[in-house]
Design a protein around this ligand. Sequence first.
Ligand SMILES: NC(=O)c1ccc[n+]([C@@H]2O[C@H](COP(=O)([O-])OP(=O)(O)OC[C@H]3O[C@@H](n4cnc5c(N)ncnc54)[C@H](O)[C@@H]3O)[C@@H](O)[C@H]2O)c1
Length: 415
Amino acid sequence: MNVIVMGQGYVGLPLAMAAVAAGHHVIGFEPDLARAGSLREGRSYVEDIPDKQLREALDSERYQPTADETQVRDFDVAVITVPTPLLDRQPDLSYVRSAVETLAAHLPAGATVILESTTHPGTTRELVVPILEAATGWTAGQDFHVGFSPERIDPGNDRWTFGNTPKIVAGLTPACQARVHEFYASITQHVVPANSLEAAELAKVFENTYRHVNIALVNELGRLAHVLDVDVWHTLELAATKPFGFTKFTPGPGVGGHCLPVDPVYLTHHARTQHGHAFRLVELAQDVNDSQPAYVVGRLQDTLNSRFQRSLSGARILALGLAYKPGTADVRESPAVAVAELLIEKGARVDIVEPHLAKVTPRDFRAIPKDLGIYDAVVLLTPHDDFDLQHVADQATYVLDTRGVMPVAPHIERL
Ligand SMILES: NC(=O)c1ccc[n+]([C@@H]2O[C@H](COP(=O)([O-])OP(=O)(O)OC[C@H]3O[C@@H](n4cnc5c(N)ncnc54)[C@H](O)[C@@H]3O)[C@@H](O)[C@H]2O)c1
């Protein structure tokens, strides 16, 4: 098949590589010139795709990354993997709209267009289909096909990869679904049919909403446990011994990444503005998780006061990890960044250790410094595998561990 993947990011690049590996001819359309150039030179910016794999795809001559819109033509299948961010705290579907318009300009008869970007129910039917029909004068389901297949990629996860994670597929009509099914069956191991576009769209956004709400629940439990002087981490370990009916989530500095802080807003905003329906539990979870970085800073401030008679203003703090989760350089919506910014705002002198990012200021480190005695406190925000936490435990005066991964000790406090 001739495949076009619109957007070569965390989702689009692995998809393009999987399609090349399956024998398809793939154009990876990427309007960001720096990204397209990097791909052409065989340099990957997505951790899950090593340069070697990218170079093999280029050498096969079945993968062509490009920023040239005129290459977007003559395809059997086009998959849209563009960002669906928030703008002024509201869903921003402009990237999806623009990608569909590009495809609509050269849509071949009989082609299949699939949306993978996470969005609210109704987007494929109410946004994608009308743009394609208006530009071509054709009818979706007859002259061309349309589907939705949500992405579940978990960057850095070796156990569940693009190939072995079940893939939900939905189509506008049964014929559309058959085309979408056929494409994904050629590149993934498990395809799960959905009986409508909206069910598939809602399933994806609910998966992330479920995580968001449960994380908010344990974050709030953590605050209560602190007041009660109970160790929330131990409490959660106890609860998790129940072999049924309980899934363990753990507290942290908040939620980050492109998905959890963003996707539930697509659902709550759509529910409120289009249907006058408030999804209250989710809105409450958003409040709790949004205020978690401030809670972490408050805890640090209280401890400096009570244990060391020291104010946060002027204190030297070492923040470990800026990415939103271990093993990645992704700082989008990272609560660790919010914590660091709040600390700086309150007058703390903050040094940062983030091994996955380039050093931007003299106060950034790529590895944990030897001398930790100069810091009033160390705050562990993102526990990257390459952090020597034993060194931190041995050398730091005081540690606030927001992820519950450090040993318990008098000078180490867990959130
Ligand atoms: N990253 C994840 O872990 C993940 C997981 C599941 C679902 N998703 C969803 O997948 C979608 C893409 O996320 P991502 O993390 O890959 O984003 P990303 O920012 O890494 O990549 C998107 C790419 O699309 C490009 N782009 C922008 N406008 C375009 C256009 N008009 N045409 C073609 N390309 C365009 C951007 O330059 C960018 O390189 C989002 O809806 C996201 O919610 C992401």
